[in-house]
Design a protein around this ligand. Structure first.
Ligand code: FES
Ligand code: FES
Length: 168
């Protein structure tokens, strides 16, 4: 058996933002590069490319992952959701509106990953404390905002959802 090289192509079929995608991908291409370069989904960002900054955060089968740590070739048959997908469905509209209202996005580089992470938090814990919010987003680096406005926006979203009886 011959070992895969960086240029070995693997055929993968997956669902990305609700659409079936079948592509040949280099064996060592990371998901974030596949999304950005092959599919043109530029919303998720590549920052550190070492699993540290969180800019590349997306969902695979509903769980948040770092797109720079996952090989696209390993995702055959899986479901991927990016910031484009969750924006188009309206799932996080209120969270996005809260980010705008709180001025929680400045340069915007961290924002897609931050939103995906925040949405996951609110799905798991609809009423997080500010400390829990800070803990959850501690793996998503923001160089602009100082985090206060981001925590405010996530907390405001949680409270608004609670006020209307909870929203997933
Ligand atoms: Fe993936 Fe920084 S680019 S964690
Ligand atoms: Fe610029 Fe967060 S808004 S890095």
């Amino acid at each position: 058996m011959t070992a895969a090289t960086a240029t070995t192509e693997c055929l993968v079929t997956l669902i990305v933002n609700g659409e079936r995608v079948a592509r040949g991908v280099p064996a060592r291409q990371h998901l974030i590069d596949f999304l950005r370069l092959d599919l043109g989904l530029m919303g998720s960002h590549a920052g550190c490319e070492h699993g540290v900054c969180g800019a590349c955060t997306v969902r695979v089968d509903g769980a948040i992952v770092r797109g720079c740590l996952v090989l696209a070739a390993s995702l055959d048959g899986r479901t991927v959701e990016t910031i484009e997908g969750v924006s188009d469905t309206g799932e996080i509209r209120d969270l996005q509106d809260a980010f705008i209202a709180a001025n929680a996005a400045q340069c915007g580089f961290c924002t897609p990953g931050m939103l995906i992470t925040a949405a996951d938090l609110l799905n798991c814990n609809p009423a997080p404390t500010r400390e829990a919010i800070r803990e959850t987003i501690s793996g998503n680096y923001c160089r602009c905002t100082g985090y206060q406005a981001i925590v405010d926006a996530i907390e405001a979203t949680a409270k608004a959802r609670a006020a209307v009886g909870g929203k997933s």
